[in-house]
Write a protein that binds this ligand. Sequence first.
Ligand code: 13P
Length: 251
Amino acid sequence: MRKPIIAGNWKMFKLIGDSVDTAIELRQLVTDVSHCEIIIGPVATALNAVAERMSGSNIRVAAQNCSTETEHGAHTGELCCDMLKDAGADSVIIGHSERRQFYGETDASVNQKTKAAISFGLDAIVCVGESLEQRESGQAQSVVGGQLENGLRGLTVSDMERIIVAYEPVWAIGTGKTATPEQAQEMHAYIRKVLSGAHGSEVADGVRILYGGSVKPANVSDLMANDDIDGALVGGASLEASSFAQIVKYR
Ligand code: 13P
């Protein structure tokens, strides 16, 4: 009943031309895919060009960040959610660990951005995940639980329909070190429990929870075989259309 989602986060890679070329190649490779939703997240400067080429396809386009602000104004360098929507995005990645680690993103800003995205009708892909130190000191669940409770605080049942959670253990991102399917499933089940406590079991049953962290064509099916893993958020292996298409076709 939860339709899987395979999403690619292109991070700060690719100029416009390369972004468009990759997206068009991907579109051709996945034309007949209907078992999952497919999302790609190009850099902001390429959003519009990519979105125009994906129009009428089975590929959705996501932004990688948005402003906390919902009114246009004097906020140099920021992009309001209606601008992202105007450029062709239908969703936005919020609170990626790289933004939390290097750009001062907090649970409070994640909460504001998530509400901003929902208010403009964008789906919010809200990222959570613990560091290696936090996992090794037994804090993984409390860290992730706190990120979820604070990041999604105040959302209504209908708001929650726009939420996609991405569990990305920081120690598995770009390291080639994937969480084992058991580790991922255990955390995903815990995430669903936290969502159930905060928003009710019906909401929790409907939320797609994606795993991210060194997902590759070789490990995606073992991850996807687990009940609470509803998809993947892919970094490095999403940059090439062929490897991302293999991940999309994990079945
Ligand atoms: P990698 O797939 O490169 O580990 O990146 C994961 C990620 O951060 C996706 O948002």
